[in-house]
Design a protein around this ligand. Structure first.
Ligand SMILES: [Zn+2]
Ligand SMILES: [Zn+2]
Length: 89
């Protein structure tokens, strides 16, 4: 008997793309309303206009459900994001 299913371990997680190849997103400062930029792998950014920190919840990423998240995004980013998303309340 042969197992015909191909398991693609090398396949890139959709959830890790924004972290591995971060792209800037425009958001509005919730304090002063200025347009500011946040990168897709960041949970917070400082407003250039008023200097306050705008934080956000990172969308669903690989880290939430992927068993290989550490390898997918790299250990540095893994730790950074884990640190940014837990224990902040
Ligand atoms: Zn601001
Ligand atoms: Zn992954």
């Amino acid at each position: 008997m042969k197992i015909g299913k191909v398991i693609m371990f090398k396949n890139e997680c959709p959830g890790s793309k924004d972290i591995k190849q971060p792209k800037p997103e425009d958001i509005t400062c919730r304090f002063c309303g200025a347009d500011i930029e946040i990168w897709s792998d960041e949970t917070e950014t400082k407003c250039k206009s008023c200097g306050k920190i705008n934080s956000r919840i990172l969308g669903p990423t690989c880290l939430d459900w992927c068993a290989f998240a550490k390898e997918c995004v790299g250990e540095d980013k893994y730790r950074k994001i884990k640190a940014g998303t837990s224990g902040k309340n």
